[in-house]
Design a protein around this ligand. Structure first.
Ligand code: WTA
Length: 634
């Protein structure tokens, strides 16, 4: 949540589109396109024509069993076929599909034709491991070509993938693995980070002891570490060895439009992580269309989305959308400020990146080092910039606009979620922009800001962000938990709106200003972290009896964790215990769980039914009014 949203209320600057961009843009008239998008089914039906279908669909949208919507009913299609195979018979055959770059300055290029063969080999190898259509393959990999290849290989044979972000650690990993119940796990020896090699294999070795379904572990020897075949256990095999001798041809599985595509775990405010399930055709149409229009993708573009593939932004916009559009996607492994804070701008110059998509937390981090670094490099190849993950404060927006975009390059502030699969609220490059506003719902999207009863709030007022009509890349359910899917997202408003879990305000022009989560989900450096996951990790430490955590505002990361702990008899919160607790949480959850402060308390505010009222803790912490305390136990 933006701590001081009052700055937004005063933000009145408007930035007009850049003329040169408008001339070449796919969409030259924003208003007209929004108007066209009002006939939602017609709009998305048209967009489905960009793909090759094995069998055309009969009906765009089936709303007969709300909220279990179906898109492109009875259509047959394959994602990998459309993202890779389709380009082999065109002049994109020898174009670079994946440009992998790491912080050591090493690079690896895979053309569409090379990618095609690699995907096919891996697809055949997965079949040989006994993976069948509809089964799940788990992945715990750094940003490396094998991750993209493995994900596409799953699509090719109709298997689902469940990618676990490699910045999550043992506890979080085990929970996600056991929910997805995969037989095969693909992982790597390690990953490069700030001049060091982080060992991933150690984490996996420890975690899989608690994952009974895993039969085979495929290990990518990514950092060239000295593990030998003899170091591997009976169920482990090196990636290279696995695909050795496999045919580079593999027939694409005919998938129903609604066949599951992948599971991606995300955090909620209560309970275990949610297995967000996406299906095939609608997802393809949604992500490809939004990338094409929001970032105005053309042949010749070099696209760079800095997100890790372990999050939805990476799934949708590092791998799937760009390949479905036949563009080149840059995959970067490393930190933004290593070897120095000019690392990213160096890459933009070296490769001539044209469209660049990142997160506010990264911009705020790089801002600290001043204007010096971006000035060293020639950034004139850039045409469109983008932001995602949390509200971008106007100050960061202006810095990005001025120093990176050189006041010529519009910033697309894209609002969306793991659940939505694709951008839902965002400008197009031809829009008038206001720093800090995601502007309007995209064409073909019906969103609104409503009060508790679901009535639209007047312009200038705030409320709950909802999506009123289905959209193609929407998640279809939570993995093996339909009840939770219905209860969490579709119950609150009797009109059947999708409840996003964010607060927003519409200004006098109808522009949306997202104000942060309305629930207890934390956003740490743009990463979604569940309060309940952090709390249970604290409680699994022998010193802790009870725990409550809230997000505390942080100038760079947006939020960090503030924990309130009731300790067990005989424990005292001293420096060594604090260190130990930090280590413990990091071990359980990984570096995403950034601990700001730990405070020892005697009691936690609870409702009569025993639920922790984090709202009260937050209000106390920020020195605000406590609000309604009628449900408080005492
Ligand atoms: C927040 C990330 C403001 C929001 C794609 C949402 C944003 C949550 C923006 C989803 C934005 C994402 N402006 N807030 N442009 N983009 N958010 O699932 O709170 O990791 O609900 O998906 O991020 O986070 P998730």
């Amino acid at each position: 949540m933006l701590k001081d949203t009052s700055v937004l209320l005063d933000e009145r600057r408007i930035f007009k589109p850049n003329y040169e961009l408008v001339e070449e843009a796919h969409v030259k008239n924003w208003e007209a396109e929004l108007e066209k998008g009002k006939d939602l089914e017609k709009y998305w039906a048209e967009k489905s024509e960009q793909f090759e279908w094995f069998k055309p669909w009969d009906k765009v949208l089936d709303e007969s069993n709300k909220p279990f919507y179906k898109w492109f009913v009875n259509g047959k299609i394959n994602l990998a076929y459309n993202a890779v195979d389709r380009w082999i018979s065109t002049d994109k055959r020898n174009q670079v599909a994946i440009l992998y770059v790491n912080e050591r300055g090493e690079e690896k290029k895979l053309t569409y034709f090379e990618l095609y063969r690699e995907v096919n080999k891996m697809a055949n190898a997965l079949k040989n491991l006994g993976i069948k259509k509809g089964e799940t393959v788990s992945m715990y990999l750094p940003m490396c070509p094998e991750l993209l290849i493995s994900m596409l290989a799953c699509n090719k044979i109709g298997a689902m993938h469940s990618v676990v972000y490699s910045g999550l650690s043992v506890g979080a990993f085990v929970e996600r693995m056991n929910d997805a119940k995969a037989k095969v796990l693909i992982t790597a020896d390690g990953t490069y980070r700030r001049g060091k090699i982080i060992n991933l294999k150690n984490i996996v070795d420890e975690a899989v002891l608690q994952c009974p379904t895993i039969e085979t572990i495929v290990v990518v020897n990514h950092t060239g570490s000295d593990i030998e075949v003899s170091d591997l256990s009976g169920r482990e095999i090196f990636y290279d060895r696995l695909i050795e001798g496999e045919s580079d041809e593999c027939e694409a599985e005919e998938m129903d439009a609604e066949d599951p595509l992948f599971i991606l775990y995300t955090s909620g405010s209560t309970g275990k992580p949610k297995g967000v399930l996406h299906t095939t055709a609608g997802y393809m149409v949604g992500v490809a269309t939004t990338l094409k229009y929001v970032f105005d993708i053309h042949d010749g573009d070099l696209w760079w989305c800095t997100a890790d593939i372990g999050w939805i932004t990476g799934h949708s916009y590092v791998i799937y959308a760009p390949l479905l559009l036949g563009t080149t996607t840059l995959v970067y492994e490393g930190a933004p400020d290593f070897p120095d804070p000019g690392a990213w701008w160096n890459i933009v110059e070296k490769y001539g990146v044209t469209k660049f998509y990142t997160a506010p937390t990264a911009i705020r981090h790089l801002m600290r080092f001043g204007e010096k670094y971006p000035q060293i490099y020639n950034l004139s190849s850039l045409k469109v910039l983008g932001s995602v993950g949390e509200p971008i404060n106007p100050e960061a927006w202006m810095w990005f606009y001025k120093n990176i975009g050189k006041e010529k390059t519009p910033i697309m502030d894209t609002w969306w979620q793991t659940e939505t699969g694709m951008h839902l609220i965002s400008p197009l490059p031809v829009a008038n922009l206001k720093p800090g506003s995601a502007t309007l719902p995209l064409p073909g999207i019906d969103a609104d800001v409503v009060d508790e009863k679901g009535n639209s709030v007047p312009l200038g007022k705030g409320g709950y962000l909802v999506i009123k009509k289905p959209w193609p890349a929407m998640f279809r359910t939570l993995y093996e938990d339909e009840e939770r899917f219905v209860n969490v997202y579709w119950k609150e408003f009797p009109q059947g709106f999708y409840r996003a879990g964010d607060m927003a305000r519409k200004d006098e022009d109808g522009y949306y200003w997202i104000q942060g989560r309305s629930d207890d989900v934390l956003k740490i450096a743009g990463h979604r972290v569940g309060t309940s996951e952090v709390e249970s990790s604290f409680v699994s430490h022998s010193a802790v009896a009870e725990a409550a955590v809230i997000g505390k505002s942080d100038p760079i990361k947006g939020q960090v964790i503030k924990a309130f702990l009731i300790l067990r008899e005989g424990y005292e919160l001293n420096t060594s215990l604090i260190e130990d607790l930090k280590k413990h949480v990091r071990y359980e959850l990984g570096p995403v769980a950034v601990l700001g402060e730990i405070e020892q308390v005697d009691k936690l505010p609870k409702t009569r039914s025993g639920k922790i009222m984090r709202r009260i803790l937050r209000a106390q912490e920020e020195g605000e009014e406590l609000g309604d305390t009628s449900t408080l136990e005492e």
